[in-house]
Design a protein around this ligand. Structure first.
Ligand code: DX5
Ligand code: ZN
Length: 216
């Protein structure tokens, strides 16, 4: 299975965002966009004024990770931006999750369901067949630059095994603290799309960092 890298622009240089988006167009696979509302998570990142600009020059697919309450309010707007992937947290959506996944799909996007590290991975199992991808947070959502939680590996492999057991083809994305020291192990555990913020944009040579992560 192909292994792709999604640089998170949360760690990009917002004074020179065009340069950091073009880097993903040229060297990365997916543009990861973290939207935070200051309520679901204790931080505020950016909203549509930034995404509007990113969309104008994005050639790589855009992956919007909603860390907000009432994620469903934004699905249509995100689709209209041309995003290929849109995910929301199970903790935010609760019983609405299956319906929200269907709505994202009906808007022509791949639908993703996310959980924080303190949510049992089995809580995702009822959504196998309803989601195109699952995003396992390997840090608590809200901030870039945190340390990878190693227990995430067992969560990924448990999910991978259950997806395979059901003959489903959903992919597993991971987000938080990914760097050269752990990328091989997340790939071996079953991740096929790895988000990387600080380890890409904090590197002296971000293009080389993306390649090294992909080939690790
Ligand atoms: C955290 C965000 C991540 C973040 C990852 O809430 O969802 O996408 O940008 O940043 P790093 O790779 O620095 O942990
Ligand atoms: Zn994210």
């Amino acid at each position: 299975m192909s292994f792709r890298i999604a640089p998170s622009i949360l760690a990009a240089d917002f004074l020179h965002l065009e340069k950091d988006i073009r880097l993903v167009n040229e060297c990365g696979d997916v543009i990861h966009l973290d939207v935070m509302d200051g309520t679901f998570v204790p931080n505020i990142s950016f909203g549509f004024s930034v995404i509007d600009h990113v969309a104008k020059i994005a050639e790589a697919p855009m992956d919007v990770h909603l860390m907000v309450v009432h994620p469903e309010r934004w699905f249509e707007k995100i689709a209209s931006e041309g995003a290929a992937m849109c995910s929301f947290h199970l903790e935010a959506a609760g019983d609405g999750s299956a319906d929200f996944l269907a709505r994202i799909r009906s808007l022509g996007m791949q639908a993703g369901l996310v959980i924080n590290p303190d949510v049992p991975v089995e809580r995702l199992f009822p959504y196998i067949g309803k989601a195109d991808y699952f995003l396992i947070m390997s840090v608590f959502a809200g901030f870039g630059g945190q340390k990878f939680i190693p227990e995430s590996l067992a969560r990924v492999s448990a999910l991978r095994d259950e997806i395979a057991r059901r003959g489903n083809s959903a992919i597993i994305e991971i987000d938080g603290g990914i760097n050269l020291s752990n990328v091989r192990s997340v790939r071996d555990a079953g991740v096929s799309l790895a988000v990387a913020g600080s380890s890409v944009y904090g590197a002296a040579d971000p293009a080389a960092a993306i390649r090294a992560l992909r080939e690790a």
